[in-house]
Design a protein. Sequence first.
Length: 90
Amino acid sequence: MSYLAAKHFRIYNSREGRKRCTMAKRIWTIDEIDKYRKEKNTFLYFNKEDGNLIVPKAIGRGRTFNWANPLSWVFMVVLFLFLTWFTSAY
């Protein structure tokens, strides 16, 4: 591991590092998510302040992605590439 990566790992995993790190987002509760949805009244859940990757759906049962989380986009791109590869192989 390089020196900079090791230094970043130590800073991020320290107590002060977690407080200073802007990438560490707070995980919202279900009540806060519902309140956000009522205020914004949007079709997709896109909340940059929420650290959740998957949140409960607004209507009905099930889960959906928080589209402001970059990991949801990475997951969809990987899924698309896998399905494209899988269907072209046959």
